[in-house]
Design a protein around this ligand. Structure first.
Ligand code: FAD
Ligand code: NAP
Length: 539
């Protein structure tokens, strides 16, 4: 490290909604800091995921910052569930409004971060070799920011154009007249398939596991609604913060309402169908027993399958699209606009990899056990190394040179999803063990950044230098995280979700987010701080 390297108070890695808000907080504290971002602008998820159809899966008025009343008043959301350009526009609006870019070093990918016990600081190194030194390190690197490129034989032999939904080009991609293949049927694929199908000559959908997806119910917002919201933000934010998933669902109650008043098992078949007809498909996942009782869940699944058979005209395609063998609600909810309807188009062809396995990729396209599919463009909608991927991609070393990757080889361990024992003065925003991806992420991001900033202020006020999760408190928290997830659909043995890490070969099957709810978690974090950061070693 050169003698000139300035000792900063904080290095933040990542300039998505987490890193952006941290700038606001660190400015309030008057601390010295820098934000290092590998991309060339702000927005994180919404900067990278520009695929056609990308949009929010929750009401976007709630997927927004709450820290400044004037900011809330300054922005008019156009749609209930805004599309990527609108959300990226909002991120840019925030960056402009608070001059955030002046504090961000773009095109700076962090490759390592090592805690220096002699001097109690972090040495952070970028891919360029540039070095940074800081007392605190905040990893705001995102939960869904490392694209997964499945290791399919021959992957690199393909000669056509390759695009990952999570690394979509900035300029529009024209699919007209082209044979396009898309691998995957998760959220990204479900959103992009109907859009790509509009122009592609042929769209081959390579499906390994059929998905449960629910109509988004998106619509444009009226001026009246926008004005109404602007008078109610304070109440809405309070409801979000004490809720289960960080959402008040203001203005959409009744349609997106979380829990029904009755168990599905207590209804007759006729009553279930009547409710379905009245309330729409999303209602089948709202029965309390559907989320905890596999038999009840199967009743909902059967209603779901009937719906597919009704919508998809081709019988073979419909049968192939039926999700079987795993419950509704074990994965992140997927929402769509015209997903099943797209399979009624002549130019959309479902390739069921359960019937014809994907053998290899070659120069011309994809070879299955049944036939060769020649493709002009191959789209990977194959997801992310979620929650831990961006953290273990950086060579992070704590006390005694302990590598985070090594510590987490049997699954992530963290106290509150905020700190890892053995890694003093390092914080993770929405890390494993926090509500994170089970919640409205901006609500959870704000809570984490506020908590971290309060912690930094507490240390300063008490003339303390270090904060570090205690091993025992980390163990107890990990145990608690597992206990609350047990018995839910989220951890049922037939579930193969990225919440459990099973989408990445070799990753241990461990449930990563905290299912106890945003409100309860928030109270717990606040109580810990109020008790002098109980469970943390302060030095
Ligand atoms: P990110 O937005 O992922 O930002 C992290 C930043 O860190 C990135 O810009 C990345 O380039 C940078 N970075 C990572 N590693 C390094 C490194 N080593 N060096 C330098 N920079 C680095 N959540 C919801 O609540 N509702 C939704 O509707 C929703 N929709 C989503 C749709 C998609 C397509 C995806 C992928 C995710 C969605 N999410 C949604 C989750 C979303 O990730 C969060 O809502 C939120 O945007 C995360 O913000 P963040 O700043 O924590 O992380
Ligand atoms: P994903 O849910 O992990 O889906 C990946 C898809 O790729 C799955 O269908 C998977 O099949 C398939 N796949 C992976 N490897 C494969 C292989 N080797 N061969 C064949 N198929 C393969 O990823 P995602 O769709 O990008 O979504 C990830 C998360 O990002 C979401 O859950 C959500 O949290 C967020 N997101 C949100 C939205 C939104 O609506 N706002 C949109 C996009 C993403 P298997 O199931 O068989 O593994």
């Amino acid at each position: 490290m050169s003698d000139q390297t300035k000792m900063l108070d904080v290095v933040v890695v990542g300039a998505g909604f987490s890193g952006m808000y941290l700038i606001i907080k660190l400015r309030e504290l008057g601390m010295t800091y820098t934000v290092l971002e590998q991309g060339d602008d702000v927005g994180g998820t919404w900067y990278w995921n520009r695929y056609p159809g990308a949009r929010c899966d929750i009401p976007t008025i709630e997927y927004s910052y709450s820290f400044d009343d004037e900011l809330e008043q300054s922005w008019d959301w156009q749609e209930l569930m805004a599309a990527q350009p609108e959300i990226l526009g909002y991120a840019n609006h925030v960056a402009d409004r608070y001059d955030l870019r002046e504090d961000i070093r773009f095109n700076t990918a962090v490759v390592s971060a090592e805690y220096q016990e002699d001097g109690s600081f972090w040495k952070v190194v970028a891919a360029s070799g540039e070095e940074f030194a800081s007392r605190f390190l905040v990893m705001a690197t995102g939960c869904l920011s490392v694209p997964n490129w499945p290791d399919i034989p021959g992957r690199d032999d393909y000669q056509g154009r390759v695009i990952h939904t999570g690394l979509w080009p900035h300029e529009p991609v024209d699919f007209s007249g082209l044979k396009v293949g898309i691998v995957g049927t998760g959220s990204s694929a479900v959103q992009s398939i109907p859009e790509i199908a509009q122009t592609a000559e042929t769209l081959y959908v390579f499906q390994r596991t059929p998905v449960y997806t629910f109509p988004a119910g998106n619509h444009e917002l009226t001026d009246e609604f926008r004005q109404d919201i602007k008078t109610r933000y304070a109440d809405i934010r309070e409801m979000q913060r004490s809720s289960m998933a960080g959402m008040a669902l203001y203005g959409v109650m009744g349609r997106l309402q979380d829990i029904a008043d009755v168990n599905i098992k207590d209804l007759s078949d006729a009553e279930r169908r009547e409710r379905l007809a009245e309330e729409g498909l999303p209602s089948i996942r709202r029965y309390p027993d559907v989320m905890v009782d596999l038999e009840a869940n199967e009743i909902a699944c059967e209603l779901y399958r009937e719906y597919i058979r009704e919508v998809v005209e081709d019988e073979d395609a419909a049968e192939s699209l039926l999700p079987l063998g795993y419950p509704i609600g074990c994965k992140r909810q997927v929402i769509d606009i015209g997903y099943y309807e797209a399979f009624n188009q002549d130019n959309v062809c479902l390739v069921d990899l359960r019937k014809e396995a994907l053998q290899n990729i070659n120069q011309a396209g994809i070879q299955t056990t049944a036939q060769q599919y020649d493709l002009d463009v191959l789209v990977y909608a194959t997801g992310f190394d979620a929650m831990t991927g961006a953290l273990t991609a950086v060579d992070i070393r704590g006390r005694d040179g302990l590598a985070l990757k090594e510590k987490w080889q049997d699954g992530p361990r963290s106290y509150l999803g905020l700190q890892v024992a053995g890694f003093p003065n390092m914080f993770t925003v929405t890390g494993p063990g926090s509500p994170s991806v089970l919640s409205n992420m901006i609500c959870s991001i704000e809570q984490h950044c506020d908590w971290i900033a309060d912690g930094l202020e507490y240390l300063r006020a008490n003339e303390l230098q270090t904060i570090e999760a205690k091993e025992g408190s980390e163990d107890a928290w990990v145990k608690h995280v597992n206990e609350v997830a047990d018995g839910t659909m989220l951890t049922t043995p037939s579930c193969a979700s990225w919440y459990l890490g099973v989408n990445i070969p070799g990753k241990p099957r461990v449930f990563m987010p905290y299912v106890g709810g945003v409100g309860a978690y928030r109270d717990h974090c606040a109580a810990i701080a109020a008790e002098g950061y109980k469970g943390f070693e302060l030095g």
